[in-house]
Design a protein around this ligand. Structure first.
Ligand SMILES: Nc1ncnc2c1ncn2[C@@H]1O[C@H](COP(=O)(O)OP(=O)(O)OP(=O)(O)O)[C@@H](O)[C@H]1O
Ligand SMILES: O=C(O)C[C@@H](O)[C@H](O)C(=O)CO
Length: 318
């Protein structure tokens, strides 16, 4: 296990974020936007690379200036991009415009019709690549449409049969799904076969196809299957983790000067997975600190912190 080439390989979308450069203003009145790499699993891969993890990415980007920008940036920060393929059918990369109306009122506006990432094909998944990682991180959005759905299911099967741990980041983006029931069906299918599941309370409600789920009921249902560890995030209220042995772990969010609210979940996931070797409490704490750093900055990817920055925040709050 220890001599694997990669600590983590993420599969799903790599896209472009256009974050309002004029903050505290509605998008209707915003004229300038700053470009960053985006897409939840790409952000997680970038965050992991910044933490010194050996990380790779499987995905499909447009064969144009945006696709090359994304691949070059990820390569530059140390993500292995050998399994990022260019779309040869003319599909464009996803764009996410973000609105920063106030530190508490932020929203995202996605342009994701026929996006390249959802055209990743099963035959573009390579067994040798997945085998070379300790863990595969699956983004839920990649299950929303075929052929990406089948590509992810194939990667799941390869990971399972080669003893690669599976982390499932629910990453629910309503825009990409036909309806909530369909999302629930595929979420359950992958969740039952994953080792670790990470999501917000709302995302677990989608998985369970319910409006008002309860954390304990959720984890007890899922622990009947493969999962060993489940993280349920509650925004500024903090996060809870549950293990199969019946332990519950909790962490509060760090108080920081918030610039915007998005990007928290992706930075949380990178740092949580990075610190898991130190124990679940430490992992929640690293995740929370990393998220706090990212919400205090402008981007979701470029703002991913180093281990030193995370530990500085943790130590200054002791
Ligand atoms: N405003 C905030 N200030 C400090 N920490 C925060 C804030 N919002 C979220 N966090 C931290 O980030 C973690 C994950 O946040 P959240 O539950 O909002 O995830 P998410 O919805 O996946 O994030 P995103 O908005 O990126 O999609 C929280 O458990 C918390 O520790
Ligand atoms: O996940 C996306 O596709 C958009 C993100 O890159 C964006 O920065 C965000 O919403 C992060 O939570």
């Amino acid at each position: 296990m220890d001599n694997k080439k990669y600590d983590l390989i993420c599969i799903g979308r790599a896209a472009v974020d256009l974050n309002a450069a004029e903050i505290n203003r509605p998008m209707e009145e915003t004229n300038s936007f700053s470009k960053y790499v985006g897409g939840s699993p790409a952000n997680i891969a970038i965050g992991s690379a910044k933490l010194g993890q050996k990380v790779g990415f499987i995905g499909k980007v447009s064969d144009d200036q945006h696709g090359r920008y994304v691949k070059d940036y990820m390569n530059h920060v140390g993500v292995d991009v050998s399994n990022i393929v260019f779309d040869n059918e003319g599909h464009k990369i996803g764009l996410t415009f973000t609105e920063i109306k106030s530190p508490t009122e932020c929203s995202i506006l996605m342009y994701r019709d026929n996006v390249a990432d959802l055209f990743l094909r099963p035959e573009e998944i390579h067994e040798e690549y997945i085998k070379s990682s300790k863990m595969l991180l699956i983004s839920g959005t990649a299950l929303s449409m075929s052929p990406s759905r089948e590509a992810v299911l194939r990667s799941l099967e390869i990971a399972e049969s080669n003893g690669v741990k599976i982390a499932f980041e629910l990453d629910y983006r309503p825009y990409t799904w036909t309806n909530e029931l369909e999302a629930s069906i595929y979420y359950k299918l992958v969740a039952k076969r994953s080792d670790i599941i990470i999501g917000t309370r709302d995302e677990f409600n989608i998985l369970e196809n319910t409006e008002n789920g309860d954390d304990l009921d959720t984890v007890n249902n899922l622990f009947k299957y493969k999962p060993e560890l489940i993280v349920i995030k509650h925004g500024v209220k903090g996060s809870n983790a549950f293990d199969k042995k019946g332990n519950k772990y909790s962490a509060n969010a760090y108080r920081v000067k918030v610039l915007k609210t998005f990007g928290a979940g992706d930075s949380f996931a990178s740092a949580f997975l990075y610190a898991l070797d130190k124990g679940v409490n430490e992992a929640l704490n690293y995740g929370s600190a990393s998220a706090a750093i990212v919400v205090s900055q402008h981007s979701s990817s470029d703002a991913m912190p180093t281990v030193e920055k995370i530990e500085e925040l943790i130590n200054s709050n002791k």
